[in-house]
Design a protein around this ligand. Structure first.
Ligand SMILES: NCc1[nH]cc(CCC(=O)O)c1CC(=O)O
Length: 310
């Protein structure tokens, strides 16, 4: 049987956003390779089951992908589809990211039912986010606001806002757009207020490193520009040893073959945020990411990050 006639099984989490991403990859695979059969294998992961404990305590974001990797090792699935911002810097060695799809809106979205921009929230208003990165930046910009924890998938978070538990919440614009709710974005937060997470808005495809035939099929779905930008951002994160749940932002842009990357590390209480940028030829994406990490380390990034683990 030729590669073009294979059956590709996609392991995915069951959340609405994960399912959207898996279906997107399914449709793109069929568009480029019409003779494939592409099936979805929706799975519950440890990360989805344990909702009441902070992620950092139960093993971090790797928990959301381990079951998917076991399914691939056991031959029940061929690929796994992930939000790039949710996957750890390092992969188990048998696996790799073999395609990164075109990036959706990478910015954070301010979502509220009462005001139309962050600046209009009254003093003391309650903003929901569990992201240390968002918390740090919002506190810096509006030290008068109260930040309250907010976990769950996108729909759960929106329901908590609509219940009146928060005056506003911060979500990734990409998730809202993909789930068909762009009208929920009342303000797109610019990078100088909320620098996005590493890989935010990009979807990656993981498979076993030894499946050459499949890796070749996936190349049609890879977007080289997104790949370069996300590679720079992930290289920065790797150099900072920024695992899961860290107050780190990283955002790369491309202008022709010139790549610019900006990084940020912040104290969760918003009292100290450090920034660095680098610009250079796009083929040096990873080197530029590492340069930014070094510049952040020179300004005290390590001390900020270490304090979090104590
Ligand atoms: N951590 C949850 C998560 N993972 C991916 C997205 C959507 C954005 C993306 O694909 O980068 C979201 C929601 C959010 O952060 O608001």
């Amino acid at each position: 049987m030729s590669a073009e006639n294979r059956t590709i099984r996609i392991a995915t989490r069951k959340s609405a956003l994960a399912m959207w991403q898996a279906e997107y990859v399914q449709s793109q695979l069929l568009r480029h390779h019409p003779h494939l059969t592409v099936e979805l294998l929706p799975m519950s992961t440890q990360g989805d089951k344990i909702l009441d404990t902070p992620l950092a305590k139960i093993g971090g974001k790797g928990l959301f992908i381990k079951e998917l990797e076991i399914a691939m090792l056991e031959g029940r699935a061929d690929i796994a589809v992930h939000s790039m911002k949710d996957i750890p810097v390092e992969f188990p060695h048998a696996f790799g990211l073999h395609a990164i799809c075109p990036r959706e809106n990478p910015f954070d979205a301010f979502v509220s039912n009462s005001v139309t921009q962050l600046d209009d929230l009254p003093h003391g208003a309650v903003v929901g986010t569990s992201s240390l990165r968002r918390q740090s930046q919002i506190r810096k910009y509006r030290p008068d606001l109260t930040i309250r924890d907010l976990r769950g998938n996108v729909n759960t978070r929106l329901a908590k806002l609509d219940n009146g538990d928060y005056d506003a919440i911060i979500l990734a614009a990409a998730g809202l757009i993909r789930l068909g709710m762009p009208q929920r974005i009342v303000q797109q937060l610019p990078a100088d207020i909320s620098l996005p997470a590493v890989g935010q808005g990009a979807v990656g495809i993981e498979c076993r490193n030894d499946d050459d035939e499949l890796i070749a099929l996936l190349q049609a779905l890879n977007d080289p520009q997104t790949h370069l930008r996300v590679s720079a951002e992930r290289a920065m994160n790797a150099r900072l040893e920024g695992g899961c749940q860290v107050p780190i932002g990283s955002f790369a842009t491309l202008d022709g073959d010139t790549l610019t990357i900006t990084g940020m590390v912040g104290k969760p209480d918003g009292t100290k945020l450090i920034y660095a940028s680098a610009t250079g030829k796009a083929h040096r994406a990873e080197g530029l990411g590492i340069e930014v990490a070094e510049a952040l380390l020179a300004q005290g990034a390590k001390e900020i990050l270490q304090a979090l683990y104590e």
